[in-house]
Ligand binder design. Structure first.
Ligand SMILES: C[S@@+](CC[C@H](N)C(=O)[O-])C[C@H]1O[C@@H](n2cnc3c(N)ncnc32)[C@H](O)[C@@H]1O
Length: 396
């Protein structure tokens, strides 16, 4: 059922999540959105004597699970209700371990969700522009846990590196003890390309200053790990970014070089309808640059126009990082799927060459996110680093 986001965890990854929860003799374990029980089954193998609770909105699934796991207390209710504890007969703030692979769906910003976030100590997160079910499930799990109880949860990439979730990361890093972020291989769930991560955190504050960022292989084995200071993780907390070259390059960011980055202010459809010429992701991204006509536009508002010297970069789409070119002559309106990068002549060549270089591509590949459509954010582009030598600086 797509609307319930029923993507079930494979054994390798259930085991990986459970193995990384370090907790002796838990008494109560809860699995919100238990589905086919993958996480609970792995947990039972490790902690046989705990009392298990499972919650799911899909009644049929619980019926079949009931036969397989008769000792798990199953509840057919919505995990996003404020009265969750009462409904499953658990006092909030008493659970030892919460394990969860929540649905990833957009939610309306309801006041009950704000209460759930605040109760979990995620006060900044109340201001996140769009709420998602994974965000509220995360908060509900924290609400269920006792102080120093542990949560192991599989979350989508947005939570780990999306700009919208900066406030959540700040809360998790400052109000709770985030211990590990494990990057999973893409496409490990059937029928979705969601990029996912396992978070392991203990409820409540500590003085620990670092978090382990890891990368797991397709068999659920951790193959690489690094330790990163918590203060460096608010912007993003994915292994691929922190292990990447860009972070250590001593260069200047596009922002520091005074680059102006604008995306088009009309969609392709709007420009097409108005019978205007445009440059879009489907246009010809010639590596030799673009020789254009000097088109004049008849539109209600001034379109974003790329002109001689501007660099163009694809903003969305699977291959957006391969879409980099520059305007040799003439001008053209760009659509909202294209960035126009305007930069003074002295740095132009250095920026273009770096964007097209292998290292440049590695950086762009690492920062683009999005479940299906890959998106290069303006902020990530502004943070792109370029070596500028003295001749770039002094040349007039
Ligand atoms: C991504 S699946 C994960 C299932 C299982 N935990 C696993 O790891 O394989 C999410 C589960 O959450 C359930 N679900 C969706 N919305 C829910 C809600 N509001 N309350 C409780 N369960 C929900 C779905 O029916 C589905 O079984």
């Amino acid at each position: 059922m797509a609307y319930l986001a029923q993507y079930f965890t494979k054994d390798h990854f259930s085991n990986l999540l459970i193995q990384n929860i370090d907790f002796r003799g838990p008494k109560v374990i809860v699995d919100l959105g238990i589905g086919d029980g993958a996480l609970t089954v792995a947990a039972i193998k490790k902690w046989r004597h705990a009392k298990y609770y499972g919650v799911d909105v899909d009644k049929e699934r619980l019926d079949s699970l009931n036969e397989r796991l008769p000792n798990v207390r199953l509840h057919n209710i919505n995990s996003l209700d404020i009265s969750l504890g009462k409904s499953i007969k658990i006092k909030m703030g008493t659970v030892d371990i919460a394990i969860c692979n929540p649905p990833y769906l957009n939610l309306k910003k309801r006041s009950k969700y704000k209460t759930i976030l605040r109760n979990a100590g995620l006060n900044n997160s109340v201001n996140i522009p769009c709420y998602t079910s994974d965000l509220i499930f995360l908060a509900q799990n924290i609400n269920l846990l006792r102080d120093k109880g542990t949560l192991g949860i599989i979350v989508p990439e947005g939570i780990v590196c999306g700009h919208n979730f900066n406030l959540l990361r700040k809360d998790l890093l400052e109000r709770h003890d985030l211990k590990m972020v494990i990057q999973l291989e893409p496409k490990i769930f059937n029928k979705t390309e969601a990029k996912t991560y396992i978070l392991i955190l203990d409820k409540g504050q500590t003085r620990t200053r670092t978090v382990q960022l890891c990368k797991a292989d397709l068999n659920g084995k951790i193959e690489k790990r690094i330790k990163i200071q918590k203060t460096d993780l608010i912007e993003r907390m994915d292994y691929k970014y922190h292990a990447s070259a860009n972070k250590n390059i001593k260069g200047k960011t596009l922002k520091e070089l005074g680059v102006t980055i604008r995306r088009g202010n009309y969609s392709k459809n709007e420009l097409e309808k108005a019978k205007q010429i445009y440059f879009h992701t489907t246009s010809n991204w010639s590596i030799n640059g673009l020789s254009l006509r000097n088109t004049h536009y008849k539109l209600n508002k001034e379109p974003v126009i790329a002109k001689k010297g501007d660099i163009l970069i694809g903003r969305v789409g699977r291959n957006c990082i391969d879409k980099i070119t520059f305007v040799k002559s003439g001008k053209i309106a760009v659509t909202d799927c294209v960035y126009k990068v305007s930069i003074s002549e002295e740095f132009r060549e250095a920026v273009y060459n770096r964007l097209k270089s292998e290292e440049g591509k590695i950086y762009l590949q690492k920062v683009i996110h999005g479940v299906c459509a890959q998106v290069l954010s303006k902020k990530d582009l502004e943070n792109f680093k370029v070596f500028v030598y003295k001749r770039h600086v002094h040349k007039k």
